[in-house]
Design a protein around this ligand. Structure first.
Ligand code: SAM
Length: 348
């Protein structure tokens, strides 16, 4: 079995003391179910609840036991025309590239586990038309790998740039993109999930309706509104399509920017002259799905971990976690997040 967890974060590669010497995330009492014990490979970093590995995540996935992971929440490199520093697959062979990962993800998931995949769209080169590679991927994940589509969700990112400039700001043909797709897939048709874990606060209107009461009626659409409609005893309302940063308006459309310029991760990267990951997702995205789809001590995996956003969220929610990332610089900086999640769990 794997390397034992020591009492301090484990770093297998050299790093600057000044940047990383704070004594955070001590795994003083590693439990026998610590996720580093599932993998026969030296970890890059361990925390109380989780472990990060440097290298190709296809190998990491292959080394994990079947039926061991409750949730995979991840954002792989998209098939972008203008590539990021870490490299992006071309859309023509994106599905072919991704399916070996997907096959392993399906194998490692528990039968009631979920696979939440954040993926962005892309333009076709030279024209103001969109690629459909992410739809092709969704179809392949369902029809070739055997996933079930539990729900198609969206991340509304108002901070996205107005690109491609030629079609948006120069020729003024297309409007600005501000949505990314979040495919919630599951291994079986009935994944473990509870929207009670992501209830939002009742709106003023809902509270007023409850106070004043509502008469049963039939809407023009045919929907029957019963007089019990105004009951607010459930502790919050079921998330709708838009999630605000504080979960006030949840469900399928997650509204949040990923340009948090003042979080500890960004600040510490700047202080230490370390490159900020160019394509992070906001902590609230994995937080929403981790709360919706897992219980404390469940295992969450992010095989394209970048700056360890999903791992830090899992840590703050007392879920076990495993992260895989190919670029060392991203992992090193990601450790800053653990100062934040430990010191102020409410931020995550
Ligand atoms: C879109 S970014 C993920 C960002 C992350 N969600 C965050 O919030 O920081 C995708 C990441 O996948 C990594 N990556 C690409 N191919 C990989 C592979 N085969 N194994 C491990 N990581 C990989 C890239 O280096 C990049 O950091």
């Amino acid at each position: 079995m794997a390397t034992a967890v020591s009492s301090k974060p484990q770093l297998v590669a050299p790093f600057e003391e000044a940047a990383f010497s704070r004594d955070i995330n001590r795994a003083d009492d590693p439990k026998p179910d610590h996720p580093s014990l599932l993998v026969e490979k030296a970890p890059y970093f361990t925390s109380k609840h989780g472990v990060a590995y440097l290298g190709d995540s296809l190998e990491l996935l292959k080394s994990l036991p079947s039926n061991s992971v409750n949730l995979v929440v991840t954002s792989p490199p998209y098939a972008l025309h203008f590539k990021k520093a870490y490299g992006n697959e071309h859309k023509d062979h994106y599905v072919e590239w991704f399916l070996p990962f997907a096959k392993e993800i399906q194998r490692v998931l528990t039968d009631d586990g979920s696979f939440v995949l954040n993926i962005g769209g892309s333009y076709n080169q030279g024209t103001p038309t969109r690629s459909i590679y992410h739809f092709k991927l969704l179809i392949a994940l369902v029809e070739e790998i055997g996933f079930h589509l539990a729900q198609e969700c969206f991340w509304y990112n108002p901070a996205k740039m107005p690109v491609p400039a030629e079609w948006v700001t120069v020729r003024r043909i297309r409007v600005r993109d501000s949505v990314e797709y979040v495919w919630w897939l599951s291994k079986s048709p009935h994944p473990k999930a509870s929207n009670l874990n992501v209830l939002k606060e009742y709106s003023e209107d809902m509270i007023r309706l409850n106070r004043n009461g509502v008469r049963g009626t039939v809407r023009p659409s045919g929907h029957v509104i019963r007089s019990s409609f105004d009951t607010i005893s459930a502790g919050g309302s079921i998330p709708p399509n838009v999630t605000e940063a504080d979960f006030d308006v949840p469900e399928s459309m997650l509204k949040m920017g990923n340009n948090a310029a003042n979080d500890i991760y960004t600040k510490r990267c700047k202080e230490n002259g370390i490159k900020i990951h160019p394509a992070r997702f906001p902590a609230l995205l994995p937080k929403f799905f981790t709360k919706l789809l897992t219980d404390p001590n469940d295992l969450v995996l992010d095989p394209f971990a970048g700056s360890l956003t999903a791992g830090a969220v899992a840590e703050s929610l007392s879920r076990r976690w495993i992260a895989g990332e190919a670029v060392e610089e991203y992992l090193r900086a990601g450790i800053f997040r653990f100062e934040e999640s430990m010191q102020n769990p409410l931020l995550f």
